[in-house]
Ligand binder design. Sequence first.
Ligand code: ZN
Ligand code: ZN
Length: 220
Amino acid sequence: MIRHHLSDALLMAYSAGQLPEAFSLVVATHVSLCDECRARMESFDAVGGALLEQDAGQAAPDAIAVDDASLAATMARIRAAGPVRRQAPPRRRQGLFPTPLVEYVGGDVDAVRWRAVGGGVRQAILPTARDASARLLFIPAGAAVPDHGHRGTELTLVLQGAFRDEFDRFGPGDVEIATEADEHMPVAEEGPDCICLAATDAPLRFSSFLPRLLQPFLRI
Ligand code: ZN
Ligand code: ZN
């Protein structure tokens, strides 16, 4: 039962092919698990597609039947700006990782090459364009990720287990969207170890001294 979903802004940007690759991976992975967000994304795809057809057909101005003209113009412009990154139709798999993630890892969770980052927490950075970074996080049951803020946006999608922070509880399929203003310390619940897919578009800003020293080496 998913309680925390993607925002319209993220789905719209994804639909228009405007998200950094790392964020696209999180969006595609959540959408593959979440019927609600997939339906919203398809409606954005339909709006964008209709706008493209209008452009191609040189529609007369009075034929344009989009209520919000400035939204329409924006969507048309960003659609024209670059190729839309399409994912394969969502499929449910037997393993832990949804299909979009399997393609990045080259397998399921047993294929991940983890690196220890302290306190029992492990991570694996995934190969994406450098404008944002994507990583898998392994947080042992009961363990914490160091208290940190964010310079940009951080998307964290839970794949297994659950974590709590100052804001809420996040279980399998939930996405936490943390921004510049949010400082938090995620703690994995007891039970199955917590495995998350996280994307950040700026280096995290750790509160304590030691993690900050290590940051350049860990790319976190
Ligand atoms: Zn959703
Ligand atoms: Zn965070």
